[in-house]
Design a protein around this ligand. Sequence first.
Ligand SMILES: [Mg+2]
Length: 198
Amino acid sequence: MNFVFDLDDTLCNTAGLSFKYIKQFFSTHNLPYKQIKDVSRFAEGYFDWDIETAKNWYKKYGDEMMLNFDIDKNVKPFFDKLLKLNHKVIICTARARDWHSAPKTITKAWLKKHDIKFSKIYIGRYDKENVCLDENADFFIDDDVNILNNVQNKTHGKIKTFLMTTDYNKNLPVPSGVTRVKNFADFVRRISDELNIR
Ligand SMILES: [Mg+2]
């Protein structure tokens, strides 16, 4: 079977960890920005800085921040198990140079740091529905309902799609045909049952 995994807010709590890191950074550096939201799709949206300031901050400090993210502890054992059973593990992340200085280098270094093995990785602004088609995906997981909608529509429901629950999407309606999972462990349980590999 072929699995396509989103990275941010699927394999790690990107928004939550970024929020904490940026808040701490403002405090340490005596920067004037304030928190204006309790829930945001992206970490930069929690604060009252304008988009250019946020982008510049990310380009300067974002790589170091992202390299220090924790990864969900269930990811490595599950990926290792899938690979051992000859399933394909494809990671597809939209990290790109508009917000990051070195998205490819940092993402690969981060995966290496956590000893994450995988079959293939896409880093950049790919249409994930096309990646799923190109890779003959059987399973796709992401936290973005719009992306899941696109994948559902383009693949006519032939791929099993999962919505990773996050703070920002927990109250959003689940697109038709998509299964919501509580967290990565919940996803692992469901797939393990389905493939009988528990
Ligand atoms: Mg994501």
